[in-house]
Design a protein around this ligand. Structure first.
Ligand SMILES: Nc1ncnc2c1ncn2[C@@H]1O[C@H](COP(=O)(O)OP(=O)(O)O)[C@@H](O)[C@H]1O
Ligand SMILES: [Mg+2]
Length: 304
C-alpha cells in the first residue's frame, strides 16, 4: 500500500507563499501517484493532525524562519516519525549566514568577505569601516532570510536609507559585492546532482527575478564551464553540505568571478515547485519530479 505523507507548508516566514506553492505541487504529484496526502500548517493543530492522520513520513515543505532554521525540526524530532531534509543543528547553522560563512572559511570554501553590523554602531562609522575593509558597492542582507528578501546592493549614498528599512533585524551582514555569473548547485545525499546558471534580466537575482515569470530570468543547463571548473564547483557544494552536516537535498548559491567561485549560502529547504531549480537540475540528470520527491521521502528519518 502507498504511504501516507503529511506535508508541512505555509508558516509565518516571509517565504510563506513560496512554501505553500512547494507544498501544493509536491502534494499534487504524490496524489496523482496514489499516495495519501494531507497538507498542514505548522501551527498549534500540528500535534492533533499528526495523531489523527498517522503519516508514515512528514515532508517538510517550509521555507525561511521557523521552518528552515531548526525550530520545526526540533518539534518534529519528538514525534518519532521520519521527516525530510536536514535536522535541527545543520538547519540552524545553514540559516545563519554569519555562522555558516565562518564554517565555510574554516574549511577552505571561499565565500565573499564580510562583517556584521548591529545598530549600536553609528552609520558614519559603518561607512568608514566599509571603505577600509571592503569597498562600495557592498551587499547588505539579513543573516536569516531567504528568497533574496531584504537583500540590497548598496552604494555609499544609499546606506542610510537601506539600513532604516532593516531596523527590525538585530544584526545585518555587510558583504563584498561579487560581480560575474550566478551558478547554483544541487546535492542529493552524497550525490552531486548538478549545476544551473541563472541570468537575471534584473539588476541581480532578487525576489522578482526568482518568482515573476515576467522578469524572465534565463536558466542555463548544462552550465557552460570547463570540466575542471564544473567539478570544482560541484565539489565545493558537496563539501559545504558535508561540513554543515546537511541531510537530503540542498542547494548552494554561488557567484563566479574571474575564475573563482564564491559560495554565498547553502539552502537546506530548497524550493520544490516544478519550476524550482533543484527539480530542474534533477530532471536534467534524468530524475523526474516524482522520483526526486520519492528519493526525499525514502531518505527521511526520525533522527536527522
Ligand atoms: N556578495 C554578493 N555579491 C553579488 N551578489 C550577491 C551577493 N550576495 C547576494 N547576492 C545576490 O543576491 C541573491 C540572494 O543572496 P543570498 O545570499 O543567496 O540570499 P538568500 O538567502 O536571500 O537567497 C544572490 O542570488 C545574488 O544574486
Ligand atoms: Mg540564495
Amino acid at each position: 500500500m502507498k504511504k501516507k505523507i503529511l506535508i508541512l507548508s505555509g508558516g509565518i516566514s516571509k517565504e510563506r507563499l513560496i512554501s505553500l506553492d512547494t507544498g501544493q505541487q509536491v502534494a499534487k504529484e504524490l496524489k496523482k501517484n496514489g499516495y495519501k496526502v494531507k497538507i498542514t500548517e505548522p501551527d498549534h493543530n500540528l500535534k492533533k493532525n499528526i495523531k489523527n492522520f498517522k503519516p508514515n513520513v512528514i515532508f517538510n515543505a517550509l521555507h525561511g524562519q521557523f521552518g528552515e532554521d531548526g525550530y520545526i525540526q526540533t518539534i518534529l524530532e519528538q514525534f518519532n516519525i521520519p521527516y525530510t531534509h536536514s535536522g535541527v543543528i545543520p538547519s540552524s547553522i545553514a540559516m545563519d549566514k554569519e555562522i555558516s560563512k565562518k564554517i565555510f572559511i574554516k574549511n577552505n570554501i571561499k565565500t565573499p568577505k564580510f562583517f556584521t553590523f548591529s545598530y549600536d554602531m553609528k552609520v558614519q562609522n559603518l561607512i568608514k569601516k566599509i571603505e577600509k575593509k571592503l569597498s562600495f558597492p557592498v551587499v547588505v542582507k539579513p543573516l536569516n532570510e531567504g528568497s533574496s528578501v531584504n537583500v540590497y546592493i548598496c552604494e555609499k549614498k544609499n546606506v542610510n536609507k537601506i539600513l532604516k528599512g532593516l531596523k527590525n533585524y538585530k544584526k545585518i551582514m555587510i558583504e563584498e559585492f561579487i560581480g560575474g555569473r550566478e551558478i547554483q548547485v544541487a546535492i542529493m545525499g552524497n550525490t552531486k546532482l548538478g549545476a544551473i546558471e541563472l541570468k537575471p534580466k534584473r539588476k541581480f537575482y532578487d525576489y522578482k527575478a526568482k518568482y515573476n515569470s515576467g522578469a524572465k530570468t534565463e536558466h542555463i543547463i548544462p552550465v557552460d564551464l570547463p570540466k575542471k571548473k564544473l567539478s570544482q564547483i560541484l565539489n565545493m557544494a558537496l563539501n559545504a553540505h558535508k561540513v554543515i552536516g546537511c541531510k537530503g537535498v540542498t542547494r548552494s548559491d554561488f557567484k563566479y568571478y574571474q575564475g573563482t567561485f564564491f559560495l554565498l549560502e547553502i539552502n537546506t529547504q530548497p524550493g520544490m515547485t516544478k519550476l524550482s531549480l533543484v527539480p530542474e537540475i534533477a530532471e536534467h540528470k534524468g530524475i523526474n519530479f516524482l522520483k526526486l520527491i520519492e528519493w526525499i521521502l525514502k531518505d527521511a528519518s526520525t533522527k536527522r
